[in-house]
Design a protein around this ligand. Structure first.
Ligand code: T5A
Length: 207
């Protein structure tokens, strides 16, 4: 038996971390064995790569290096955490995955989508999320929320135009893959966001 693979996506500060605990409670209430994880990260080595990727006090990271570091971390994560968990019948809930690469490195940095697609196939084989929740909110709102929470990291220090491209890239993925990617309006109150999430899961449980 294999579990199902669910990812949570969106721009900075839209509420992914906040809503993971809520999604966890929905799954646990349905007696679903669950593994929570995140990208970049999820293994000891991938967390070290994450720290390097988010650190803004170091030499400039070339765009190609950034892309390869994301996929290097992802390779470790899939091999040591995600695949074994799915194979044991657990569901995996992951805070960001490859849609973030299409959005940030593709949309934000303008890297060729064909290179990302090649790496996706090379690293993941046929592994793709079964369901993706895209939390969407205006950039200014997400940045305001993220800034209130902690100091800005290397990505959060980018310019507004970068985040607008990231947002548009995410929305375009959702438009192309509406069966998998469900857009949640994250600009409203947390209660409202969570009732949208609940609706998506009530349909997903039946699928
Ligand atoms: N990245 C990642 C890439 O470039 N390529 C890739 O392939 C991958 C995988 C990772 C960075 O790496 C980049 C993208 C990222 O920049 P991250 O920590 O995963 O960093 O991502 P962040 O977006 O930086 O995560 P944040 O923790 O900043 O944002 P969240 O998790 O979306 O937001 P959250 O839940 O912490 O909420 C922020 C604040 O808002 C409040 C919360 O209480 C919190 O204080 N809040 C709300 N307030 C009012 N109403 C609501 N509805 C609210 N929802 C949340």
């Amino acid at each position: 038996m294999t579990g199902r693979f669910i990812t949570l996506e969106g721009g900075e500060g839209v509420g992914k971390t906040t809503n993971i605990a809520f999604i966890q409670s929905l799954l646990v209430a349905n007696n679903i064995p669950l593994l929570l994880t995140r990208e970049p990260g999820g293994t000891a080595l991938a967390e070290k790569l994450r720290a390097l990727l988010l650190d803004k006090e170091q030499e400039a990271i070339a765009e190609q290096a950034e892309l390869l570091m994301m996929f290097a971390a992802r390779t470790q994560h899939i091999k040591h955490v995600i695949k074994p968990a799915l194979e044991q019948g657990n569901w995996v809930l992951c805070d960001r995955f490859t849609d973030a690469t299409y959005a940030y490195q593709g949309g934000g940095r303008g890297m060729e989508l064909s290179s990302i697609r090649w790496l996706e196939d090379f690293v993941q084989g046929d592994l793709r999320p079964d369901l993706t929740l895209l939390l969407d909110a205006p950039i200014q709102l997400g940045m305001k929320r993220a800034g209130q929470r902690a100091a800005l990291d290397r990505f959060e220090s980018e310019k507004m135009a970068f985040f607008e491209q990231v947002r548009q890239a995410y929305l375009s993925i959702a438009k192309q893959q509406p069966e998998r990617v469900k857009v949640i309006d994250a600009s409203v109150s947390l209660d409202n966001v969570q009732s949208q999430i609940e609706q998506v899961f009530s349909l997903f449980f039946k699928s």
